[in-house]
Ligand binder design. Structure first.
Ligand code: SF4
Length: 484
């Protein structure tokens, strides 16, 4: 049986730098929700980018050992072999920390570290990510020649030479500096995250985006943490924390807040919905026939159609409900077949379906942004698309301005607002129940990753999901009219 020992991995170490409790949970595999379909697809895309990166080095040798001890041994053998120029997934240990380097290239008797990221922009967290690997390598005694982050090249266009997909950025100096700083706290981090008992969490701004907050840490049993106050920046958060306030109910009357923040605090304290004056006038400005429109898009690192930049948001689907003036609703929809570039067909069908009159209700600015992108692809349709954009009205903006409800928890997304205002409707019965999963399923269709027998039923599920989004807007509009 292979030798094993307690070790600290990269994600644990980096989590512990934000918060030791977070690092402890990461090390002890505290149960989080299962990965969503969208997260699985994103991870597959990341894997594909890594494979492309490796394919650039035909002589590279992969350390294909999951067991750390065996991987360390194999890495040492490869590094000791002067004929081995490039190693993939080399494994190192320093203290209790273990790291794997995406690509190592032997240069001048030292090693160039190349870390591959399916991101377009150079961000601090990417530098910290590779700094951890470099800290471990240096501690292990490896000579570092240079450190590069291989990022997705924004100038790349799908269908072009795949060699252009990644662009290396030299981050040597900065990463060596960060690695030295990491080394200074390494011992302390190792001790904390490997301790048997969980480190008790303390409120801090990082809790806001922490996966452990509501189920495993300080947010447990807190119905209204102050993070529910919209756009509560770190400065105000720290002032409240300094006053010992972590719950919305305890925020003082005279604490300086914006109008919207104050509204959220007031409804939580009173437990009553608040409808601000002006809602009726705002609704009356919507012109008939009223349309309700929702788009779905697909955006992937390697775009599914040629000629497009990485992560281009491609519209693939819409649902459109229209009040027909006889007290009923008409429903129109579009779903790309997934076999060919659908952008022109999408926009031409939409332009026909929305006609030339009446407000078009959307939920968020997403449809507006997507139409602006579409104008750039088809300048000949710019005037027609502009007319559609001029008719858009954003229901979410209206709700965030005029309607406050304690059960909104400071948010206004349709998934939060619908079950509160229209309790008989929700997304729980649907096979596809959120936009991220819709994107992932369309991607699976396009890439031929679904069994042929399930393609049609998946398309039906996609259409049902999008249809419910616009039907939800219709019902919310009815409730808003009653409230007004
Ligand atoms: S909720 Fe806060 S204290 Fe708890 S693990 Fe997360 S960041 Fe740390």
């Amino acid at each position: 049986m292979a030798e094993t020992y307690m070790h600290v991995a990269k994600h644990t170490f980096l989590a512990a730098l934000k918060c030791r409790t977070m690092g402890w949970h990461a090390r002890h595999n505290t149960q989080l929700q299962e990965a969503t379909l969208a997260e699985i697809v994103r991870s597959e895309q990341g894997q594909a980018v890594h494979e492309y990166a490796r394919s650039q080095y035909r002589s590279g040798v992969l350390v294909d050992e999951n067991n750390t001890v065996k991987a360390l041994k194999m890495t040492a053998e490869l590094m000791g072999d002067p004929n081995c120029e490039v190693i993939f997934e080399a494994c190192f240990r320093h203290g209790k920390c273990v790291a794997r380097a995406d690509i190592l290239i032997r240069v001048n008797g030292n090693w160039v570290v190349e870390e591959v990221k399916s991101s377009k922009r150079l961000k601090l967290d990417l530098k910290e990510d590779v700094s951890y690997t470099v800290m471990v390598m240096k501690g292990f005694g490896v000579g570092i020649e240079a450190v590069n982050l291989s990022l997705v090249n924004e100038s790349y266009r799908s269908g072009e030479d795949i060699d252009e997909l990644l662009k290396p950025v030299d981050v040597t100096d900065e990463v060596l500096d960060i690695a030295d700083k990491f080394e200074q706290v390494r011992d302390a981090v190792e001790n904390d995250v490997l301790s048997e008992s969980c480190i008790v969490g303390e409120w801090k701004y990082a809790c806001y985006k922490c996966d452990y907050f509501s189920q495993h840490c300080v947010g447990r049993s807190v119905d209204h943490p102050i993070f529910q106050i919209p756009r509560l920046g770190e400065k105000k958060f720290n002032i409240l924390l300094g006053l010992g306030i972590t719950h919305v109910e305890a925020v003082p009357e005279d604490f300086e807040l914006t109008d919207r923040q104050r509204g959220v605090v007031e409804v939580v304290k009173s437990g009553e919905m608040q409808v601000r004056s002006g809602l009726k006038n705002a609704l009356d400005r919507w012109s008939k026939p009223i349309h309700y429109l929702d788009f779905e898009t697909v955006s992937t690192c390697m775009p599914v159609y040629s000629g497009l930049a990485p992560y281009t948001q491609i519209p693939t689907q819409y649902s459109l409900h229209v009040r027909n003036g006889k007290g009923g609703l008409d429903h129109l929809e579009y779903l790309a077949d997934g076999l060919s570039d659908c952008r022109r067909e999408f926009i031409e069908t939409l332009l026909g379906d929305v006609g030339s009159k009446g407000s078009i209700v959307v939920y968020s600015h997403f449809e507006n942004t997507t139409l602006t992108n579409t104008e750039k692809w088809f300048p000949d349709l710019k005037d027609d698309i502009e007319c559609v954009k001029n008719r858009l009205v954003d229901m979410e903006k209206l709700i965030s301005k005029f309607v406050y409800h304690p059960k909104f928890n400071g948010r206004t997304s349709i998934k939060v607002v619908l079950p509160v205002l229209v309790p008989e409707m929700d997304y729980s019965e649907l096979e596809i129940s959120n936009g991220d999963d819709a994107l992932a399923m369309f991607y699976r269709i396009t890439m031929g990753q679904l069994h042929p027998d399930s393609v049609e039923s998946t398309k039906v599920a996609l259409m049902e999901y999008c249809k419910l989004d616009t039907l939800a807007m219709v019902r919310i509009h009815d409730v808003l009219t009653e409230l007004a």
